[in-house]
Design a protein around this ligand. Sequence first.
Ligand SMILES: N[C@@H](CCC(=O)N[C@@H](CS)C(=O)NCC(=O)O)C(=O)O
Length: 214
Amino acid sequence: MKLHSSLGPNPRLARMFLMEKGLVEGTDFERVHYDIITGENRSSADYTAKNPLGTTPTLELDDGTCLTESWPICEFIEEHYPTPNLFGQTALERAEVRKWVRLFDQEVVVPMTMGFRAGAGRAMFEPRMAVVSPEAGAELSAMADAKWRWFDAALGDKDFFALGRFTFADLIVFCFANFGFTVGWKLPEGTDNLARFIALHNQRPSAAIWQQSE
Ligand SMILES: N[C@@H](CCC(=O)N[C@@H](CS)C(=O)NCC(=O)O)C(=O)O
């Protein structure tokens, strides 16, 4: 299988997930890189045939089937490579993990990315998609930061958001914090629990991809 990938939190979420499953790049999957700064992901007809939105990641299976959207891609990988378990063993556990993922996706990922696209990322994103005004972007960034604080309080002194062990819920939080760091964002004041959480999970071998340039 091939992971069509680039800079950014979503492809890196999928890459880290594959690595957490023990799948090795170059052996178990091939990574195809796109330069999203120049917009190669959107100008390549070959790529938009695989993913009509032109976003990354896309997981291409050996029979040519293409899967898009990072969370469903990771759930697909989980079903095919169940060990180690990263989404929960039972229906109840999966509901718990997905609750955190859904909350984070809606309450942090959406305002954070929309705020970034309208602010620091404006020059890159304005020509390729609708972006809100700079003022609205600043409000969205502030809303996202307020929710980062909410997640900090919810984490408390724990090392994991769900199930008392590392899951996809931790991975998505970790990836979007690291994405923020790469674009000059800082953890909001009063999020020491998250700072500790990120330092802890930075020690995971899969986290090394955040130190790599692409
Ligand atoms: N909802 C999608 C978001 C995908 C997305 O926005 N990917 C970014 C990289 S993190 C991208 O392709 N950016 C470049 C572009 O939109 O042209 C997912 O979960 O995979």
